[in-house]
Design a binder for this molecule. Structure first.
Ligand code: FES
Length: 113
């Protein structure tokens, strides 16, 4: 019974690109399990967040990386890349973040199927 519960909670990692394919300060978007994900590099670390702004659906993958935050291109809301928390209005709800791991220079992101 417990095995079943654990299996349901496991997120699969999906290989999306080489680590070198994302430049410092760049944001790229990927479709992972049918879900748009924005992937950004800041201070050498790669972060993955939902690509949809919680304010009004802006495309965060078209936004900018500013001091560890991603800024929505529509009205300027910002979200912490590590936690997804809102750091600047007009958004008030956090975005979802996703686990990232680097294996042999390749970027893997865990997104629920
Ligand atoms: S849609 Fe993102 S700030 Fe308005």
């Amino acid at each position: 019974m417990i095995d079943w519960m654990v299996t349901e909670m496991v997120e699969e990692y999906t290989k999306i690109c080489a680590e070198a394919d994302i430049s410092e300060g760049e944001v790229r978007t990927f479709d992972i399990n049918g879900r748009p994900i924005a992937v950004a590099k800041y201070e050498g670390n790669i972060y993955a967040v939902d690509d949809i702004c919680t304010h009004d659906g802006g495309d965060l993958g078209e936004g900018d990386v500013i001091k560890g935050q991603i800024q929505c291109p529509r009205h300027g809301a910002r979200f912490d890349l590590k936690t997804g928390e809102v750091t600047r209005m007009p958004a008030v709800f956090a975005i979802e973040t996703h686990e990232v791991k680097i294996v042999a220079g390749e970027v893997y992101v865990a997104v629920p199927a």
